[in-house]
Ligand binder design. Structure first.
Ligand SMILES: *Cc1c(COP(=O)(O)O)cnc(C)c1O
Length: 354
């Protein structure tokens, strides 16, 4: 049967009925890839799977939530949606608004959004409002203006976003036959880690999984409010998707940590970039910097023994590597050889680099 997106696939577990017009781009059903080369380098016996959410229609997991948020906005008669975004939410909102035939307004932090994400928001025809401030400033303004203008907020404070995103946990359980022992994710506003936990609990309660995983959230060291235990006013990190100091799902995330027996931890930008590159070179999988933190954190916790040997671990790669070409290229300055157009020089380049 033709796959037509996660709402159709999980219709009975989502708040839609027969008359709902579904706004979908075929999101969900992303690959769960078993790592073949990296685990051996850790000196521990573990099974690591990558949930490659960068293969959603606009290149990030945001599409899982956006399909339902926009479907419900349209159902309620909304003619416009609005979001604050570090990039991927704006790309996703722009695409689903285009599909629905409604307007998207996106607030982005000036100069701090990866090139691919900006291109997406622009080409899909969103109204882009750059603010001289960060994501947290944008989020505050979106909440204020939504009370004074006829627009639906599609950030992760919109409960339909989390409902859509919980389906990733369903897919993982269906493929593995059970929940993993650990599920590791990057954490910004903590909507996604909360949504996954909802999905795992739902399938567990319905007998579709024998257990639930420990949920582990990783943050960039310069932008780690959950690790510090307090909000941060000037978050900084190269992983722009998680450059958030005032997370919108603060209480939910702490409930997830407690209920699942999980934890939060932080990694430096250097650790993040090193694993982004390792994953491309050793496994052929390209994700954006923020996404790499899930595997970077898992690797560190496997090595230290905090993640037990013999475990099955799922790491979510939240966004595709092509979202942020600038950061990728900056990491590979010496990757190009320039020659004259003659066979000898090509041969030399090959032999010197075998
Ligand atoms: C949005 C986003 C995150 C953070 O997800 P939260 O639900 O805000 O915690 C992480 N990585 C990427 C690539 C994102 O786009």
């Amino acid at each position: 049967m033709r796959y037509t997106g996660l709402i159709e696939n999980y219709r009975d577990r989502l708040p839609v009925d027969d008359s709902t017009r579904i706004i979908s781009l075929g999101e969900g059903n992303t690959p769960l890839i078993r790592l073949e080369n990296i685990p051996a380098t850790l000196g521990k016996d573990v099974d690591i799977y990558i949930k490659y959410e960068g293969l959603n229609p606009t290149g990030s997991f945001k599409d899982r939530g956006m399909t339902l948020a926009v479907t419900k906005a349209v159902e309620s008669g909304s003619k416009a949606i609005i979001c604050a975004s570090t990039g991927n939410t704006s790309a996703s909102a722009a695409a689903y608004a285009a599909r629905a035939g409604i307007k998207a307004f996106v607030l982005i932090p000036e100069g701090k959004i990866a090139l691919g994400k900006l291109a997406q928001a622009m080409i899909h025809g969103a109204v882009i409002i750059q603010i001289k401030g960060n994501f947290d400033d944008g989020m505050r303004l979106v909440k204020e203006v939504a009370d004074h203008a006829p627009v639906s907020i599609v950030n992760s404070i919109n409960p339909y976003r989390l409902q859509g995103q919980k389906t990733a946990a369903f897919e993982i359980i269906e493929e593995l036959g059970d929940a993993p022992d650990y599920h590791c994710l990057p954490v910004g506003n903590a909507g996604n880690i909360s949504a996954h936990w909802m999905g795992y609990k739902e399938y567990h309660e319905d007998g579709k999984a024998a257990k639930t995983p420990k949920m582990v959230g990783y943050q960039a060291a310069g932008s780690a409010p959950f690790v510090k235990g307090e909000m941060i006013d000037e978050p900084e990190t190269i992983a722009t998707a998680i450059r958030i100091g005032h997370p919108q799902n603060w209480d939910l995330a702490h409930t997830v940590e407690k209920e699942s027996n999980g934890w939060f931890d932080a990694l430096t930008d250097e650790e993040i970039l090193a694993v982004q590159k390792l994953l491309t070179e050793k496994e052929g999988i390209f994700c954006e910097p923020a996404s790499a933190i899930s595997l970077a954190g898992a690797m560190r916790d496997i090595k230290s023994g905090k993640i037990a040997e013999g475990s099955t671990i799922v790491c979510t790669l939240t966004g595709h590597g092509l979202k942020d070409p600038d950061t990728a290229i900056a990491q590979c300055k010496d990757a190009m050889i320039t020659i004259n157009p003659v066979m000898d020089e090509v041969r030399e380049a090959i032999l010197n680099n075998m």
